[in-house]
Design a protein around this ligand. Structure first.
Ligand code: S3P
Length: 170
């Protein structure tokens, strides 16, 4: 049996990668992998604590290792952490073997969503203007995804259907 390419969801914190990924995986009957969850299980520590105790650089190394481990498989829906696609090794592996979808929202929506949840160490220390700068900077990387999904004003199901439509065309 030929297993199909992984569907990899990328985008900013708060873009809904985990929520959309889990609905999408159920709909197409693929396994869902949330890389942030896997990191927390592997380290037996919450991401905020990893940042605090081990620092961001260490977190990025763990993130690379775990992401690459799951990107070796096929037929999965994978939600990456917001910073993972900036890593050249992760990015090139996805470009070579998988299909990537950038969940894009207006800056204001992302900021509002990020503020709702204090679990994100990177965002907690930033003001709204700095988050905006981070989004603009990150968008350059996210734009390398195979598909850009405009999420604003769409329901979760509409977003999922848009992703499936593009995936089925492959
Ligand atoms: C990060 C995003 C987080 C998590 C970590 C760093 C980032 O994941 O990996 O806090 O650099 O954007 P989510 O995008 O799932 O929030």
């Amino acid at each position: 049996m030929i297993l199909k390419k992984n569907l990899v969801l990328i985008g900013m914190m708060g873009a809904g990668k985990s929520t959309i990924g889990s609905i999408l995986a159920k709909k197409i009957d693929y396994e869902f992998i949330d890389i942030d969850d896997k990191i927390e299980k592997f380290q037996r520590m919450e991401i905020a604590k990893i940042f605090k105790i081990k620092g961001e650089e260490n977190f990025r190394n763990i993130e690379e290792k775990i992401s690459i481990k799951y990107l070796r498989d096929n037929g999965k829906v994978i939600a990456l952490g917001g910073g993972a696609f900036l890593n050249k090794n992760i990015q090139s592996l996805i470009a070579k073997n998988h299909v990537s979808f950038w969940l894009n929202w207006k800056n204001i929506t992302i900021i509002r969503r990020i503020r709702r949840n204090r679990k994100r160490p990177l965002a907690n220390k930033l003001g709204d203007e700095d988050i905006k700068k981070l989004i603009i900077n990150r968008n350059e990387f996210y734009a390398k995804a195979d598909y850009k999904i405009e999420c604003e004003n769409k329901t979760k199901l509409e977003i999922v259907e848009k992703i499936i439509k593009n995936y089925e065309k492959l």
